[in-house]
Ligand binder design. Structure first.
Ligand SMILES: NC(=O)c1ccc[n+]([C@@H]2O[C@H](COP(=O)([O-])OP(=O)(O)OC[C@H]3O[C@@H](n4cnc5c(N)ncnc54)[C@H](OP(=O)(O)O)[C@@H]3O)[C@@H](O)[C@H]2O)c1
Length: 432
């Protein structure tokens, strides 16, 4: 394949949902991008699984199913990885870097698990690895954390970084609907995958939070070190009670650096209605960062979709293309420190606690005593009669002042054993 004189070659690994968006945007913005970079960008090879499918904006001779065709193309200076998943994406990224190609990726899983290693390989080979689209889709957050906020000591990152679960929790709150109904609706609308596990169990968000920890605190946090709980246990009742208390339930990704130790959690959390994150609804994402110099900043916007994701992917492409055009060699930001990641029992928060009990005198006092004995002080308490529950049962909702999760777990274990306690409904942290 001949290349246009002076052009900077770009090859794509993957031409699915996002790849197609990137190809379309590259064509639509060609003259603007050329003016920005000083040289035109040229689409070279496109790696896919099914080479027989016609792809808009791609000539048949550009399509390949073999990574070697991409690596052997000398005109390709930038490889854009949009395959998704761990393999073969990780291997192809590594091969591209070792072959002296800059890489742009939208892959949160690879960056969460292998980011530090791949960034080091990039640095060793004098090329760049950029990953703006891996967290928050179209929201600029990786670049601001790597550059604009660099002078700050970041103490906390609090984020809504999974559009599927945010759509579902918003729909549950607005419609009073149950989990199963909104999941079916989200699947019908294409907001949830046929197998929604990665989203609803918080796995996707834990990858993204691990990536954010690297940037915010300059530490390596493995996704498995993120304490994680999904939204499958959230009921319409929890959402209604939270509302009455002045809160909404969000799948919140929270990370903080305390005494040079990291706390990182992805959990359904009651967020006070006064907090900006409480107003981030539907498929929107948001990332709030707290720095010692800047204070609080909030980045909010569309967390997925071909347009917003192509916006982030192409921002990285243009950034690298400017390096290629000018011979610039920017320094890589590689998280190098390893610090202790606190286990959940050492985390502290305010908590929401819902129990079903026998409606008898003295029950409340017994539960309050257990909580008191484990140093948990009750902030508020409401008793509800449950319409469709058997007669003589009641639902109790407690909120607590700040307490350690370890003490709470101990208290719950004891409360669970009480003959008057029929069910522990839900235990959720509260923010704000
Ligand atoms: N979807 C979003 O809104 C969004 C937002 C932010 C980030 N991202 C990230 O963007 C990346 C791409 O997502 P997507 O939604 O575009 O995925 P997708 O629609 O499933 O597309 C994947 C593409 O990769 C190709 N592919 C997959 N495995 C391959 C293999 N082993 N060899 C060759 N080609 C292979 C597929 O080829 P065929 O076309 O032949 O099947 C397809 O073109 C992922 O990392 C995702 O996490 C997505």
């Amino acid at each position: 394949m001949t290349s246009a004189p002076g052009s900077i070659g770009i090859s794509l690994l993957g031409a699915g949902n996002i790849g197609a968006g990137v190809i379309a945007a590259l064509a639509a913005g060609a003259s603007r991008y050329a003016a920005r970079v000083g040289r035109p960008l040229e689409l070279r090879r496109v790696l896919v699984r099914d080479s027989a499918r016609v792809r808009r904006g791609v000539r048949p001779e550009q399509v390949t199913t073999n990574i070697e065709d991409v690596l052997a193309d000398d005109a390709t200076k930038i490889v854009v990885e949009l395959l998704g998943g761990e393999e073969p994406a990780r291997t192809y990224i590594e091969q591209s870097l070792r072959a002296g190609r800059h890489v742009v990726t939208a892959n949160k899983e690879v960056m969460a698990k292998f980011g530090a290693t791949l960034l080091q390989i990039a640095s060793d080979h004098g090329v760049r690895l950029l990953y703006e689209a891996s967290v928050g889709g179209g929201i600029p957050v990786i670049a601001p954390l790597s550059r604009d906020l660099l002078a700050n000591e970041i103490s906390a990152v609090t984020a809504i970084i999974n559009g599927t679960t945010n759509y579902m929790l918003t729909a549950m709150a607005q419609q009073g609907a149950d989990y199963d109904d909104v999941l079916a609706e989200a699947q019908e609308l294409g907001y949830a995958e046929p197998d929604p596990t990665a989203d609803v169990e918080g796995i996707d968000a834990s990858f993204k939070l691990a990536v954010l920890c690297g940037l915010a605190f300059n530490v390596n946090v493995a996704p498995t070190e993120v304490a994680r709980e999904g939204i499958t246990g959230i009921t319409a009742q929890d959402i209604a009670y939270a509302d009455e208390l002045g809160y909404v339930i969000k799948l919140l990704a929270r990370a903080s650096l305390v005494d040079d130790e990291v706390e990182a959690t992805v959990r359904p959390t009651l967020v006070a209605l006064s907090e900006p994150l409480a107003k981030v609804d539907g498929v929107l994402n948001a990332v709030q960062v707290e720095g010692d110099l800047v204070g609080r900043v909030l980045f909010e916007g569309p967390g997925a979709g071909p347009g917003p994701t192509a916006s982030s992917v192409l921002a990285d492409v243009l950034d690298v293309a400017q390096d290629v055009a000018t011979g610039r060699r920017p320094l890589a930001f590689i998280p190098r420190r390893t610090v202790r990641v606190r286990p959940p029992e050492e985390h502290e928060s305010k908590y929401y606690l819902r129990l079903t009990v026998q409606d008898r005198p003295g029950v409340l006092a017994r539960i309050a005593t257990v909580l008191g004995n484990t140093s948990i002080s009750i902030a508020s308490f409401i008793q509800y009669e449950v319409a469709d529950a058997p007669e003589g049962t009641a639902e109790l909702v407690f909120t607590t002042h700040r307490a350690s999760e370890g003490s709470l777990t101990e208290a719950i274990r004891e409360i669970e054993q009480m003959d008057v306690v029929l069910e522990i409904g839900n235990v959720l942290p509260m923010a704000g």
